[in-house]
Write a new protein. Structure first.
Length: 607
């Protein structure tokens, strides 16, 4: 029996003919894998949610069917749907931080998921929880369950979410950006684990990812979506080496490469707003091969070498070498705008009980970190999940007070807690968080989000707010129409641009970017990297850029510091560190990046 069958699935805005997903068709048997790629707003996540029978408010299924294990999801009873979602179909969401309850320890959350679905005998839940934490490569699996989500790194939270999805042994696993925020070595371990589970259990998988390397390692087929439609659907090896659709070719060209420092090219123009594709081929306005026939929408037709494509002028040749622009030139050394000296951070503090019992505290997350950030410089922080990258940003931002050490801003001591800082200090250091879903108020429009720092720091009048909001939205290359929208009405890439605009609205001296491109597809990532580069260098703003991807850091940053277990093990110009690393750990990271970007080295998930 076919495990999953999607037939002509169309999802539209309620009461309109604006199609977010149009005529999607595919099927999966047990053990088969499918990847879905495309820019933000193309309908990937909407399609994935529909495979669980979930449709966001304001949308409706207006055509087609989804059958899971022979059951039509439109006709299934609510109680049966609950059992199906918990026991047969599971999902790893894009935002682990939003999926975890902040007031519950992560071990208790995993235990609750198993108890609700009666998947594990009650007396075996604790042991199975530890086993799952170990399988997803979490440190101290027998102890980490006692932590709250805020005590975990972004990558560790993502692994907890994966453990929760695997808890009940699903037959169909839906993955929405499953390795977001994970460093390359941890990512490789998670992907190997998922493929191992697929082989052992016959579990089928559908994986949405912006990371082409993830799809290469995990899936046997990849469907590329544009404007709500599947425009190319082929075996993974064929798609990655000889993409035929002009959009798929441009998407592959946007992938940063560590061996070619410099900002990768982004795709010219912008994708159509969800549901607004117009007539003819939706990609034609951005396509160099467009001609008169593209005024008619192409059908999704079979290819002789296998797969399907919707294009009037496909290109069957191999990808040409990409000409990269010159690498970023390092700024001249000057007085540091930020200086961190001897920074020590521990998440657990010595209690009276621990003092009386002489119980030792865990090792500090940061152990004597010292670094400087020059004026106008972009400094990259890289390392494995849990190495302390984001903790450095939190300490500088005043969100987690250090146990020891000092932080200065322009030579003046920066108070450890954000509540102790005056308005000027708050304005001068701004943060762009990894997850814009959690940092943007869902009830406010973009105009209101941008107005808050303008009123707070500059006492701007309504007229000034409107004028400056228009300039800010133009600076991050969004249409003024976005000012009236709320975050839920924006794609992930658009929300991240709004978060950048809000940070720059304060006219800061320092901007702290925490994995701001980790959840973006490669073409949007390329444009956001270019945006950060242009804004920082045009305004003289310094940037501390945290990332797990060395290829991204090599593309953007002037200088890089490599963290390992709470210590900086190598530091220097980005081009030098990435081309001739000295520390063994740095060399292992770069080797992992090169393996991930080498299509020929991948073992594609077998169908």
């Amino acid at each position: 029996m076919t495990l999953l069958r999607v037939q002509d699935l169309t999802i539209s805005r309620t009461g309109s003919d604006a199609h977010i997903v149009r005529s999607a068709n595919f099927a999966l048997d047990s053990g088969q894998t499918l990847g879905i790629a495309g820019e933000s707003g193309c309908g990937k996540s909407t399609l994935l949610l529909a495979l669980m029978g979930v449709v966001k408010p304001g949308l409706a299924v207006t055509g087609g069917q989804v059958h899971v294990m022979g059951q039509d999801l439109r006709l299934i009873a609510p109680e049966a749907m609950r059992r199906l979602r918990g026991q047969s179909v599971a999902m790893v969401p894009q935002s682990a931080a939003m999926a975890l309850t902040p007031t519950m320890r992560v071990g208790a959350q995993l235990a609750e998921a198993m108890a609700v679905h009666d998947a594990i005998p009650p007396d075996a839940i604790a042991a199975h929880t530890t086993t799952l934490f170990a399988r997803v490569r979490l440190p101290e699996p027998d102890q980490i369950g006692a932590r709250y989500p805020h005590e975990l790194s972004g990558g560790q939270m993502q692994r907890v979410a994966i453990a929760m999805a695997l808890a009940c042994g699903p037959q169909l696993l839906l993955l929405d950006e499953p390795t977001t925020g994970l460093d390359v070595t941890t990512q490789a371990g998670i992907l190997d684990l998922l493929d191992e589970l697929r082989r052992e259990t016959g579990m089928a998988m559908v994986c949405v990812s912006h990371d082409i390397g993830v799809l290469a390692r995990l899936t046997a087929r990849v469907a590329v979506m544009y404007g709500g439609r599947i425009v190319e659907d082929r075996p993974t090896a064929n798609l990655l080496t000889r993409p035929a659709h002009p959009y798929a070719r441009a998407l592959m060209a946007s992938v940063p490469r560590i061996e070619s420092p410099g900002l990768p090219p982004s795709i010219h123009g912008s994708p159509p707003p969800p549901g607004e594709t117009g007539r003819g081929c939706a990609f034609a306005p951005r396509c160099s091969r467009a001609h008169a026939a593209c005024e008619e929408e192409p059908a999704l037709s079979p290819l002789t070498e296998g797969g399907r494509i919707a294009c009037h002028a496909p290109d069957h040749g191999p990808l040409a070498p990409i000409e990269m622009p010159d690498p970023v030139v390092a700024q001249e050394a000057g007085a540091p705008i930020i200086a961190v000296r001897g920074l020590v951070v521990q998440y657990r503090r010595a209690s009276l009980l621990s003092r009386l019992t002489r119980r030792s505290l865990p090792d500090p997350v940061l152990a004597g970190i010292s670094l400087t950030l020059a004026k106008g410089e972009i400094l990259g922080l890289v390392g494995e999940s849990g190495s302390g990258k984001s903790t450095i940003l939190r300490a500088i931002a005043g969100l987690w007070p250090p146990s020891a050490g000092s932080i200065t801003l322009d030579g003046a001591n920066l108070p450890a807690r954000v509540t102790e800082r005056d308005r000027t200090a708050l304005r001068r250091v701004q943060v762009v968080f990894q997850n814009p879903d959690a940092s943007l108020n869902p009830r406010h429009t973009v105009r209101e989000i941008l107005a808050q720092p303008l009123r707070l720091y500059f006492n701007a009048s309504p007229t000034e707010v409107e004028a400056r909001a228009h300039r800010l939205i133009a600076d991050v290359r969004l249409d003024p129409a976005h000012l009236g929208r709320r975050p839920a009405q924006l794609s992930g890439g658009e929300r991240q641009r709004v978060a950048l605009a809000r940070a720059f609205a304060a006219e800061p001296d320092v901007i702290l970017c925490d994995e701001v491109t980790s959840a973006l597809d490669v073409s949007v990532q390329a444009s956001v990297l270019a945006l950060i580069h242009d804004l920082c260098h045009a305004r003289g703003t310094s940037c501390l850029f945290v990332a797990h991807d060395l290829a991204v850091v090599a593309a953007l940053c002037d200088r890089v510091a490599v963290l390992h277990r709470g210590q900086i093990v190598e530091e220097g110009p980005a081009r030098t560190v990435c081309s001739t690393p000295e520390h063994p750990y740095t060399r292992s990271l770069i080797e992992a990046v090169r393996r991930a970007s080498d299509v020929r080295g991948h073992s594609f998930g077998e169908s």
